[in-house]
Design a protein around this ligand. Sequence first.
Ligand SMILES: *C1O[C@H](CO)[C@@H](O)[C@H](O)[C@H]1NC(C)=O
Ligand SMILES: *[C@@H]1O[C@H](CO)[C@@H](O)[C@H](O)[C@H]1NC(C)=O
Ligand SMILES: *[C@@H]1O[C@H](CO)[C@@H](O)[C@H](O)[C@H]1NC(C)=O
Ligand SMILES: *[C@@H]1O[C@H](CO)[C@@H](O)[C@H](O)[C@H]1NC(C)=O
Ligand SMILES: *[C@@H]1O[C@H](CO)[C@@H](O)[C@H](O)[C@H]1NC(C)=O
Ligand SMILES: *[C@@H]1O[C@H](CO)[C@@H](O)[C@H](O)[C@H]1NC(C)=O
Ligand SMILES: *[C@@H]1O[C@H](CO)[C@@H](O)[C@H](O)[C@H]1NC(C)=O
Ligand SMILES: *[C@@H]1O[C@H](CO)[C@@H](O)[C@H](O)[C@H]1NC(C)=O
Ligand SMILES: *[C@@H]1O[C@H](CO)[C@@H](O)[C@H](O)[C@H]1NC(C)=O
Ligand SMILES: *[C@@H]1O[C@H](CO)[C@@H](O)[C@H](O)[C@H]1NC(C)=O
Ligand SMILES: *[C@@H]1O[C@H](CO)[C@@H](O)[C@H](O)[C@H]1NC(C)=O
Ligand SMILES: *[C@@H]1O[C@H](CO)[C@@H](O)[C@H](O)[C@H]1NC(C)=O
Length: 335
Amino acid sequence: MKFQIAASALLAASTLVQASPVIFETGNISNISNGSNHSNSTFHNGTNATDFVEPKLKVIVTGGTYTLKNSSDVEYNFYGNSSNALNFTQLYEVAEIVNKTLDNDNYYGVVVVANGNSVESLGFFSTILFDSIKPVVVAQDADYGLLVANNTGAYGSLVVSNDYLVYSGAFSPAVSRYATDAASGVPIAACGDDLSVNWFFDDSTPMFTDPFSVIRNQFPELTNANVTTEFNFTPRVPIVSQSDCSLELLSTLEAAADGVVIISTEGDARSLDLSSLSIPVVFAKGDQVPYLSSMYLPEGTCGAGYLSPLKAQLLLTVALANGISSAEELITIFP
Ligand SMILES: *C1O[C@H](CO)[C@@H](O)[C@H](O)[C@H]1NC(C)=O
Ligand SMILES: *[C@@H]1O[C@H](CO)[C@@H](O)[C@H](O)[C@H]1NC(C)=O
Ligand SMILES: *[C@@H]1O[C@H](CO)[C@@H](O)[C@H](O)[C@H]1NC(C)=O
Ligand SMILES: *[C@@H]1O[C@H](CO)[C@@H](O)[C@H](O)[C@H]1NC(C)=O
Ligand SMILES: *[C@@H]1O[C@H](CO)[C@@H](O)[C@H](O)[C@H]1NC(C)=O
Ligand SMILES: *[C@@H]1O[C@H](CO)[C@@H](O)[C@H](O)[C@H]1NC(C)=O
Ligand SMILES: *[C@@H]1O[C@H](CO)[C@@H](O)[C@H](O)[C@H]1NC(C)=O
Ligand SMILES: *[C@@H]1O[C@H](CO)[C@@H](O)[C@H](O)[C@H]1NC(C)=O
Ligand SMILES: *[C@@H]1O[C@H](CO)[C@@H](O)[C@H](O)[C@H]1NC(C)=O
Ligand SMILES: *[C@@H]1O[C@H](CO)[C@@H](O)[C@H](O)[C@H]1NC(C)=O
Ligand SMILES: *[C@@H]1O[C@H](CO)[C@@H](O)[C@H](O)[C@H]1NC(C)=O
Ligand SMILES: *[C@@H]1O[C@H](CO)[C@@H](O)[C@H](O)[C@H]1NC(C)=O
């Protein structure tokens, strides 16, 4: 730990106000309430408040490091305190809370505190599901999540790592056991020991989910936060290594899975016979900031691009949960 943040130090930090704003989304952000300059007269829907509530940040606790302490500018909601990776059902349960919070003018951002096994999933899941300029910050430490979410430059889904770097949820470090290098990721800001958040770029909207992306334009259903209550269906998408893809394994998968992510371990996978599989297949790499195109993959399968195996598994599962399963569609969704 470089430094410890006490709540009082956070509140006293004048650097929070001075940090230069960064625009993460194209669009008109001037009418969204935020922590640094609230307007008492008008909500962004144009109506006037009769009983004005000063906007807050909401912290949703699912694990990690936190102290439950409601105050005038932070509201803590306890979801759970798990050290296991949140499963798909739980991700959607948290998503429903985040969705309602983002749509509520009484909150100007959300912090999700989670254990280290869930940070990558929550950050990437939020990137897919939430099309909002309000910050959704996933962190293991609530104080760091709040520090970043309260920075006027923080928009969209972000992950704060334990070494105080800030990532877009699409490019957070691969913390899962499926990555060969646990440190990979593309940071966009660093928190300073003066409690500043120092952004590296002017506009860090990932192209993967920007307003012109395929995912936002052609598959808006992927932002539905209530899929599991709606369909009561949790797709089963295991991750397997290419070197384990025996005929026996493939026939087991055909019967027991709705889709599969295969970790590419050989250069050219085109000789792999997947003809016995009728479920969607996505190949992903476990390398540091990987890129896997579909060029050397068997026909009818999809490359995960720069997504880690865990992120590829999540995207495929969210797609399947929304009824998207053809290779043609999946290829356009994956980066
Ligand atoms: C939010 O804060 C930024 C930076 O201080 C400011 O430019 C913007 O106008 C504020 N928005 C509102 C609605 O107060
Ligand atoms: C800002 O307000 C304008 C006019 O009321 C509206 O058209 C626009 O969608 C709002 N933008 C956001 C980001 O809420
Ligand atoms: C942004 O929204 C504000 C407040 O609704 C409005 O006055 C301004 O003209 C808008 N700017 C653009 C570029 O739409
Ligand atoms: C956010 O920043 C504002 C302005 O500096 C400050 O008044 C407020 O206490 C901060 N909120 C949190 C939760 O740190
Ligand atoms: C806060 O917003 C008001 C109204 O938009 C503006 O007049 C004022 O300059 C802003 N204050 C700061 C510190 O940005
Ligand atoms: C908004 O109203 C609250 C409660 O009446 C008051 O404490 C606060 O100073 C007001 N803020 C602004 C920016 O006028
Ligand atoms: C909201 O309040 C402001 C300031 O009191 C006023 O100028 C405006 O006309 C009101 N708008 C509506 C829709 O009532
Ligand atoms: C904080 O306030 C919210 C809303 O009133 C409430 O649901 C929650 O239980 C409170 N949390 C704590 C830790 O008191
Ligand atoms: C996720 O975990 C919860 C709590 O342990 C459990 O009730 C639920 O059945 C699990 N869901 C799946 C899809 O495994
Ligand atoms: C405008 O937003 C406020 C605050 O969320 C809400 O109470 C009010 O019902 C909304 N009005 C309309 C017409 O949507
Ligand atoms: C929340 O969910 C509703 C219903 O699916 C959707 O219309 C809205 O855009 C979502 N809000 C956010 C911020 O994702
Ligand atoms: C789920 O969201 C969809 C799309 O916004 C909506 O049509 C549906 O009514 C919602 N279902 C539930 C159970 O909330």
